[in-house]
Ligand binder design. Structure first.
Ligand SMILES: Cc1cc2nc3c(=O)[nH]c(=O)nc-3n(C[C@H](O)[C@H](O)[C@H](O)COP(=O)(O)O)c2cc1C
Length: 389
């Protein structure tokens, strides 16, 4: 059993164990991948202020996100096709999150269905929806999420059109994977992955196939997705989703102060400052750099969360010190899942927790709620979206 001491260790094992098309699907950004790279590198521009001889006993990372208790403010982000990274991946990740006391967000484009995840967990999870044209289908999704006991929906607003990732096109990404001589040759070397997949029935998009009209089998899915996304989305429609759902709504994919104001206006309970992990608009600034201007605009009106680029507990601390009330990890938990299944997701959470906790201590803080700009040393212009650093 390898000793994982950081998230990067897990990425390397995940890469070894996972078919290339699914590893590449995770580990890429759109076009030149500039935004994907800067999401992580910009965290290292922020430095930490060391303090000594302060009482570091009885530390706590516990707080709340949208009024729900969390053992640390790190949720699992919605990740499509998680069940292709590892058999029954969504169920495994949800169970690990539940045991750790952090929120799990299920993607619309998951392999395990809403009902499946609900059946295998005991606490409410969050459900992510894309903004689709078909009202009936949206209503049915909300009904299913309600019946499954989901406590919030996460509406992803940064995907009206799809960013292009070159590798996905070249690899012919699909679920289940298309069998070509190249993909078969590659999958044949991923024995544990293959055995897992042979042992599960969950190999299709569980929330879509058999639920969206006209999608009865996986082959009709691709034409459905091309048609389904609402290219004419506007704020009135987002407000309508809040009304249709009737519960807590988190708006995901905000990267601009103007949009943040609109999100607050339509009654979001929280927004996620996010560029979709660098998978949509290449050339956009990193989430961590956009966070300060968004907090200035709406920090007193709506809870502000952040994702994109988090690979360590130190990154989490930096986002919280700038003012975010919660964070999400996408790739960091997928690495753990692909490396070691449910235990790997637990290990990823343990690593992040330890890094957050020890960094808090060395910064002279005992409570995650007390973190603030006083813990950081920032380069000039870091939080100014008009300045290219
Ligand atoms: C493989 C992969 C699939 C994703 N699928 C979805 C999705 O279905 N819905 C969604 O809202 N975001 C999706 N995202 C974006 C994540 O929710 C999150 O914003 C992003 O991963 C954060 O960046 P990080 O991976 O650097 O932590 C996906 C991200 C990855 C890496």
């Amino acid at each position: 059993m390898p000793l994982f001491t950081n998230i990067e260790d897990m990425r390397r094992v995940y890469q070894r164990k996972t078919p290339r098309m699914f590893y590449d699907y995770t580990e890429s950004g759109s076009w030149t991948e500039q935004t994907f790279r800067e999401n992580t590198s910009d965290f290292s521009r922020l430095r930490l202020r060391q303090r000594v001889a302060v009482d570091m006993s009885n530390r706590s990372t516990a707080t709340q996100m949208i009024g729900e208790d969390v053992s640390m403010p790190i949720a699992l982000a919605p990740v499509g096709m998680t069940g292709m990274q590892c058999a029954d991946g969504e169920i495994k990740a949800a169970r690990a999150a539940e045991a750790f006391g952090v929120p799990f967000t299920l993607s619309t484009m998951s392999i395990c269905s809403i009902e499946d995840v609900a059946e295998h967990t005991t606490k409410p999870f969050w459900f992510q929806v894309y903004t689709l044209k078909d009202d009936d289908f949206m209503r049915r999704l909300f009904d299913r999420a309600r019946a499954a006991g989901c406590s919030a929906i996460v509406v992803t607003v940064d995907l009206q059109v799809l960013g292009q990732r070159h590798k996905d096109l070249k690899n012919g990404l699909s679920a289940p994977p298309k069998l070509t001589p190249k993909s078969i040759a590659n999958m044949a070397t991923k024995v544990a992955w293959g055995l897992g997949m042979l042992g599960t029935k969950r190999r299709f998009f569980g929330n879509i196939v058999g639920h969206a009209s006209g999608v009865t089998d996986p082959s009709s899915l691709s034409s459905w997705t091309a048609e389904a996304f609402d290219i004419s989305l506007d704020w009135a429609r987002i407000a309508k989703f809040k009304e249709m759902w009737g519960g807590k709504m988190i708006i995901k994919g905000i990267l601009d102060a103007e949009d943040a104001r609109m999100a607050a206006k339509v009654g979001a309970d929280a927004i996620i400052v996010s560029n979709h992990g660098g998978r949509q608009l290449d050339g956009a600034l990193s989430s961590i750099r956009m966070l300060p201007s968004i907090l200035d605009a709406v920090g007193d009106q709506v809870e502000v969360h952040l994702d994109s680029g988090i690979r360590s507990g130190q990154d989490v601390l930096k986002a919280l010190a700038l003012g975010a009330k919660g964070t999400y990890i996408g790739r960091a938990f997928i690495y753990g899942l692909g490396a070691q299944g449910q235990a790997g997701v637990t290990r990823a959470l343990e690593i992040l927790h330890k890094e957050l906790d020890v960094t808090m201590a060395l910064c002279g803080e005992r409570n995650v709620r007390d973190l603030g700009p006083h813990n950081l040393i920032q380069p000039h212009g870091f939080g100014d979206p008009q300045v290219a650093l």
